[in-house]
Design a protein around this ligand. Structure first.
Ligand code: BDR
Ligand code: CA
Length: 309
């Protein structure tokens, strides 16, 4: 079975790994992409998205530039993690341009065209998706599923003690997306275990294309590696596509969630009714664990697939 996906991204090195895996694996068809500010400015993330596609000879995939600002405030970008241009390694300037539509419009257009034959994957701040929901409130019922990388339901954050970076960057959008109709949320609870090893990074960096392109995307500053509890870097966004390829990568549980939208200490924190102390019915499927070995095996298979593409 082939899963058709629309990828909403802020590449971003782990976004880039996810895109590469989706392009490389025969069970995923990348129909379209939209970009959002987050890891860097939307100008940079759009350029990076186009450059990644061009590097892998997939300029046929339309890319729509999306939000440059969150619903309130500004994005707190992370070039110190992802590199000056928002991505590590060397990518040439793309020769292609984004399509005319806004990222949110492209999401809606794809949902209307493909219905339950498309899955939406959002792995940056949730701004485009929240805007798409404003344009088309039935979006969650139209598509096959909405998968998010974001949030920390039952564990500490990585941007603040309470919040994961994507949700912290646009908590209003994250809250709207969570309330919109049972998304699959892959947050730090699980993605901290979607790691690669130092040996894998060394091996990739010493090989030819496509491995030498992917190698630098895998290697994170030590401060970031440590957040996962070890020194193997978590490739957060890639966990979602890995799960679409192999549904045993992530384990999900049903919970009631909301996201704190204030600007104080808890901005972007997920409030998860883990012990079911309210009467609120579950409104999200939350990834509670990731199988590291399965993740690594899907990752290697998908990157190997780029050679055949
Ligand atoms: C998430 O934040 C971004 O910096 C990464 O690309 C990923 O989407 C991890 O918290
Ligand atoms: Ca991302």
């Amino acid at each position: 079975m082939v899963t058709r996906v629309h990828l909403d991204v802020d590449p971003g090195s782990d976004d880039a790994v996810m895109i590469a895996m989706a392009l490389g694996h025969p069970s995923i068809e990348v129909a379209s992409m939209s970009t959002v500010g987050g890891n860097s400015t939307v100008d940079n993330t759009t350029r990076n998205a186009l450059a990644i596609l061009e590097r892998f000879d997939r300029t046929d995939v339309p890319v729509a530039r999306g939000a440059s600002e969150p619903m309130e405030g500004t994005y707190d970008t992370a070039e110190w993690i992802h590199g000056e241009n928002g991505i590590r390694g060397d990518l040439s300037e793309p020769s292609t341009e984004p399509v005319e539509a806004h990222g949110a419009e492209l999401i809606v257009r794809q949902a209307r065209e493909h219905g339950d034959d498309i899955t939406i994957v959002a792995v940056g701040p949730m701004t485009n998706l929240a805007m798409a929901l404003q344009l088309e409130p039935s979006l969650p019922d139209m598509v096959d599923g909405i998968y998010l990388m974001g949030g920390a339901a039952t564990v500490a954050g990585n941007k603040t003690p309470m919040a994961e970076a994507n949700f912290h960057n646009d908590p209003v959008a994250a809250s709207r997306v969570i309330q919109s109709g049972r998304p699959f949320m892959a947050g730090l609870d699980a993605t901290h275990d979607a790691t690669v090893s130092g040996e894998m990074i060394d091996e990739y960096s010493g090989l030819d294309e496509p491995y030498d392109i992917v190698g630098p995307w895998l290697d994170y500053p030590d401060e970031i590696k440590r957040l996962g509890g070890g020194m193997d870097p978590a490739i957060h966004d890639a966990a979602v596509v890995a799960h679409l390829i192999d549904p045993a990568v992530l384990t999900f549980g049903s919970y009631y969630l909301d996201v704190e939208t204030t600007s104080g200490l808890c901005r972007g924190a997920v409030v998860c009714d883990e012990r079911r102390v309210t009467d609120n019915a579950p409104n999200a499927e939350v990834a509670v664990a990731a199988d590291t070995e399965r993740f690594r095996s899907v990752f290697e298979e998908a990157i190997d697939g780029l050679l055949e593409g």
